[in-house]
Design a protein around this ligand. Sequence first.
Ligand SMILES: [Zn+2]
Length: 345
Amino acid sequence: MNRQDLEKYSRQILFPGIGEKGQEKLLAASAVLVGCGALGTVAANLLVRAGVGRLRIIDRDFVEPSNLQRQTLFEEADAREAFPKAVAAERRLGAINSSVRVEGVVADVTAENARELLSEFPLVLDGTDNFETRLLLNDAAISLGVPWIYAAAVGSYGVTMTIRPQETACFACLLEGQEKSAALGAEATCDTAGVLNAAVSVVASLEAAEAIKLLAGNADALHGRLISCDVWSGKFQSIRVARNPNCRACARREFSYLEGESQPHITMCGRDSVQIHERSRRLDLGALSRRLAVASADEVRNNEFLLRFRVPPYEMTVFVDGRAIIKGTKDPAVARSLYARYIGS
Ligand SMILES: [Zn+2]
């Protein structure tokens, strides 16, 4: 390790659980974070400051004003510009610690691309907002034989568990087992329940600490439990989750989410929005913008990553990869028909 690194990470190196050896491992380590919202921004910030060598951040969404209350890497300008979260996070993290290789990827992790996006990394961090994607991450991680860290927060409550293939229970063991209710405590979406930034920070910090233990070569220190906490009532709980000997994923290796049909529509968390995923093509946003100007769309704006326009009462945001987020409806059929009319079928 060079002198600058010894100085930069000195307080962490002084901690006996890390030391110089652990720091060297961290500097050479890499991880992939799926979802860069509330949990993701907090965890990414901690990992980049801790000196993880390389961090890939995958996110499908863009920054909005309502994110700023808890998504700690973003600023008002990011929301004004509707910057993709992966891009805004990469830029901000680069300014925080320029020696970390941060790679923002604007994409939705699906059954089709999960293996490709995750396969180079020895650790996957959960920053997602839905159980569907977590079950997909679980399948992908178990099939690749890499650990992943589950984390979720809603209201004043958060929950996390570190999953190591063949060593701990997996997410499918948890959801199908007796501890289901504890895991599902976080299932209510932030759309209906809201979320406190403090709850997010606690859980994302536990997640980052587990990641640092693993990447610094200190797996013995992992807490090995399902931890839940409520920052409002002050109640913390930790329970041991047993492996299900007949688990679909980690025992029978049936990766139904990884092999299953992908869903064309996903209702987003926290907003009155639907996502349409068209993987079949890449869009020319310039051409689309000219076409929309001729049509009746209002306020057509685009940056190099996305194009946004209004068709009252809806607002549509279209990404280069053909995806669109349609705000103003929760009905996939309405979203689908708007997509067909304005973007093409
Ligand atoms: Zn399992």
